[in-house]
Design a protein around this ligand. Sequence first.
Ligand SMILES: [Zn+2]
Length: 87
Amino acid sequence: MSVQALRSSFGSNCHWCGLPMDFEEPRDKPDSATIEHLFDATLGGVRKPKYRRLAHAICNHTRNEFRLQAQRQFEQWIAQRQTSGKP
Ligand SMILES: [Zn+2]
């Protein structure tokens, strides 16, 4: 499913912030429309077209950054828990 197909299904606004996206080529600007995969293969989900939405490049990128941060913080917390839990 292409950007244009998603645009005609879901409109021209970002899935996350709801603001209008830039559809001009090349799509390498922060406000450019990018395809957002709501269920990532890395999280055990399956990549299906129905889970695709359009989002700003910057919103897509920032969401990924926060998710990586959260994952790292969780891993640190687990490591601390394991260290303090040793008999
Ligand atoms: Zn956005």
